[in-house]
Design a protein around this ligand. Structure first.
Ligand code: ADP
Length: 407
């Protein structure tokens, strides 16, 4: 890193009506501030800012924030109140989460006009996410045109998947003409957690075979061999794979034809059904695992069935990825459900002794923020809980790249 540049990195995760942000000091100062602007474009936009560096109280503000430009300016003002203004020479770079990098972007990339054009070209395969990410990038570039800005792609970690895992078994020419293949998502989390799991085992990532189960509201599994992704459960879009909070995951594609022909539903209606009204919420009316567990404890059968379907799918992926990897060193649970829901972890590995998986009920019940093993010492495959930190991973990758460029 050059002596003239600062050590702070602002991480931005721009959605269509929200911006999540964190300011990190990569020189050892840790997380300085974090926050969220939501309902951008509405009268009741909300900004919540937590100034970690000063140890001050979180500040919340509700009122109209017209667009991303106004949102970022409001964030900049909040940061300036803590002496962390975006005009500070301490700020080294801005790292942006970008959902879809297609086959083009296999690594974090310093943003220029050509990179912006390519992210734009990928909009047809990521119609909901890439436009919002682009808006965030353009806004940040307008605010600090002099500052290096880096795109960190959700898909990048999965670009090492072999063709046998990345291709769908459909006509090759049609697939290629429309760039239809399995890209996978949550890659930043899978990369971070697989590395952290190897470290927990005392191994170099290049020596460890790990199955990562990222179970948040969106959920995905990945098979990581020696630090490289060889398969993942999400596909062309995040709809494929595990049962999620509101997404169906795997399903016979003919269900769609049936809904069109017999159910007389439109493409958009089916899109909404499968992405927003399916999964746990479609099965039982709740997508929050805490609420589902509470209902199960009260004897609610629909909640129990939703839980059972969720676990059944998860088990199938664990088994499949054991087969894909051949030798498995560890299974790591991460994200909101994976890190917090002990009953999900217990049910997911129950009965998998033949695959070498054992769980220690006491260790599984312990809560904590640090990576930890929840399997007994005699488990052939280690079972771990490894909290994810996508923002730290984006900041680390951004800082490493900017450091390289300035040397
Ligand atoms: P995302 O980033 O996909 O929005 P998160 O990784 O933050 O999701 O996970 C959110 C989900 O985590 C919630 O919908 C809820 O189901 C689950 N969750 C959070 N805390 C707990 C908890 N203490 N017990 C069980 N599930 C939890």
């Amino acid at each position: 890193m050059s002596g003239t540049r600062g050590t702070r990195v602002l991480v931005l995760n721009s959605g269509s009506s929200s911006v999540k942000y964190q300011l990190l000091d990569m020189g050892g100062g840790g997380r300085l501030a974090l926050g969220l602007v939501e309902r951008i474009g509405e009268q009741s936009s909300r900004l919540k800012h937590t100034p970690l560096a000063t140890g001050g109280e979180a500040r919340e503000w509700t009122g109209p924030i017209a667009d991303h430009d106004a949102a970022l300016k409001a964030v900049a003002e909040e940061l300036a109140r803590d002496g962390l203004g975006l005009d500070s020479p301490e700020l080294a770079a801005i790292g942006h989460r970008v959902v879809h990098g297609g086959q083009t972007f296999t690594e974090p990339t310093v943003i220029d006009e050509a990179v912006l054009a390519e992210i734009e070209r990928l909009i047809p395969v990521a119609p909901l996410h890439n436009p919002a990410n682009l808006t965030g990038i353009r806004t940040a570039r307008a605010l600090r045109p002099d500052l290096p800005q880096v795109a960190v792609f959700d898909t990048a970690f999965h670009t090492t998947m072999p063709e046998s895992a990345a291709r769908y078994a459909i006509d090759v020419e049609i697939a290629d003409a429309h760039r239809i293949r399995r890209y996978g998502f949550h890659g930043t989390s899978h990369a971070y957690v697989s590395r952290a799991t190897a470290k927990l085992l005392g191994k170099d990532p290049s020596e460890a075979n790990v199955i990562v189960l990222h179970l948040g509201n969106g959920a995905s599994a990945s098979a990581v061999r020696g630090g490289k992704c060889v398969d993942t459960s999400m596909g062309l879009t995040p709809l494929e794979g595990l049962v999620m909070g509101t997404r169906s995951g795997d399903m016979d594609p003919a269900v769609i034809f049936h809904l069109m022909r017999v159910g007389k539903m439109s493409t958009d209606e089916i899109d909404t059904l499968l992405n927003k009204k399916s999964g746990l919420i479609g099965l039982c009316g709740d997508n929050d695992m805490r609420e589902i567990r509470r209902r199960i404890d009260e004897g609610d059968e629909r909640a129990q069935l939703a839980f059972d379907i969720y676990i059944h799918r998860l088990k199938k992926y664990i088994g499949a990825y054991c087969a894909v990897l051949g030798r498995v060193d560890a299974i790591a649970f991460t994200a909101g459900v994976g890190e917090n829901a002990a009953p999900v972890r217990e049910a997911a590995v129950a009965g998998l002794e033949q695959l070498g998986l054992l769980l220690d009920a006491e260790l599984n019940a312990v809560r904590g923020d640090e990576p930890r093993l929840i399997s007994p010492a005699n488990s052939r495959v280690a079972v771990a809980v490894v909290p994810t930190d996508e923002e730290l991973e984006i900041a680390t990758q951004t800082y490493a790249l900017v450091g390289e460029e300035s040397n």
